[in-house]
Design a protein around this ligand. Structure first.
Ligand SMILES: [Zn+2]
Length: 196
């Protein structure tokens, strides 16, 4: 009996030691000067379940890569106040995409490269109109089936790029979460942030 208790005690001590080691390892990566417990918890939550945007906010994408905070609205049905303006333009995207696009445009400008925005969030009605005017991509056209466009989630932008800017984008855009993912549409850049 005594030996069983001793065994349990030694296992508990081993577990506590492991736990302490884990905590010690976790701290240097997450603790910051003046970081409070709440901050630590928020960062831990971020590291476990989400991705960090430009402003350090945490968010999650569902299994289809759609922001969970927007999924319930439906493609092309997102209210204006759930999206964020890109800089001082008339364009709106999902907030983390808007912030990263803004940052990318500013950095490109410092490299002497001009990135213009042609299109961004696209409401459902505009997707219908575009499909009518430009034809469905699946049939050789340039429009997604209405209700399926990445633009309908505020997760893609069409850019006005000259040759120099196109080259800059192909070299640098992935650092900002933007990928060229549609053959025949070198202007279309989808926001695919890396998950933690
Ligand atoms: Zn596009």
């Amino acid at each position: 009996m005594n030996s069983r208790i001793a065994d349990i005690q030694s296992r508990m001590i081993a577990l506590q030691t492991q736990q302490a080691a884990k905590t010690a390892q976790a701290q240097p990566a997450t603790a910051q000067p003046g970081a409070a417990g709440d901050d630590f918890a928020a960062k831990l939550q971020e590291a476990m379940s989400g991705t960090t945007g430009a402003a350090g906010r945490s968010y999650t994408l569902n299994s289809k890569g759609i922001p969970t905070e927007l999924a319930a609205y439906g493609n092309g049905k997102i209210p204006a106040n759930a999206l964020e303006q890109v800089g001082n333009t008339r364009h709106k995207l999902w907030a983390p995409a808007a912030q990263d696009l803004n940052r990318m445009i500013a950095d490109a400008k410092r490299d002497g490269v001009t990135i213009g925005i042609t299109d961004s969030y696209r409401p459902y009605e505009e997707q219908v109109d575009l499909a009518r005017r430009k034809g469905l991509y699946s049939q050789g056209g340039l429009a997604a089936k209405p209700g399926t466009s990445e633009h309908g989630w505020g997760m893609a932008t069409d850019l006005d790029l000259d040759a120099k800017a196109q080259a800059w984008m192909r070299k640098n855009a992935d650092r900002y979460g933007f990928v060229e993912n549609v053959p025949r549409e070198p202007w279309h850049w989808a926001y695919k942030p890396k998950t933690a």
